[in-house]
Design a protein around this ligand. Sequence first.
Ligand code: CMP
Length: 229
Amino acid sequence: MTGDSDRILIEKCLKRIPVLKGLSDSHASQIIRDFNILRIKKGDVVFYQSDKSTDLYIVINGSVRASLLNQEGDEFILATFGNGDFFGEMSLIDGRPRSATIIAAEDSLLGVLRRERFLDAIKNDPMIAIELLSALIQRMRVTDETVESLAFLDVSQRLVKLLLQIAKTEGEKDKDGFFRVKKLTHRELAAHTGASREAISKSLKALAFRKIVLEGEGCFLISPDADST
Ligand code: CMP
């Protein structure tokens, strides 16, 4: 059941979603009625890779990650979705099993839309399909960049690239120009870079020796020269 306060949240959120923001008022109110709400806790799995389901999900509040997992439980993170992002569009479009596992990165609120309802929305408003294509192309560009890193950069270079990306969005600079980034576990760094935990430990030691990445109290300190690594 979706309550009034949830609907207000969905309405606010829909207005921020590029794929749906072009909807006319009447189509927007229709689609808002069609959403169900799912509350999930950090670590919960929304669905697993290979599951057969076709709903579309929208992150109303919180964040989830799309990951590939192997038999040993090692994780490779394909993407992280935050407020206003959607996921689950691949199985919705081609009807094949889920391409990745979705795990809550924090306690989150998701909107869930049945495939038929989304297809109705596209029929009513074909601009949604164009916006969706544009979002998919953007994801493909990011994936190409990830493949490029995996193909051409070694683990230390991938680590530095990841830490610099985090630094640029949420890092602070200290008085010596070092970026301060919240510490991630070796497991998390491995999941982000497609490396083993052993390779991460080795690379962090080598980077610390070269004074490129230092481990501080609860944070990594990244040298202003890291860019040229
Ligand atoms: P679907 O295959 O239905 O379920 C898993 C979802 O993870 C998928 O839809 C996309 O929403 C998302 N996903 C899978 N691969 C990628 C990727 N390379 N980049 C971004 N998102 C992805």
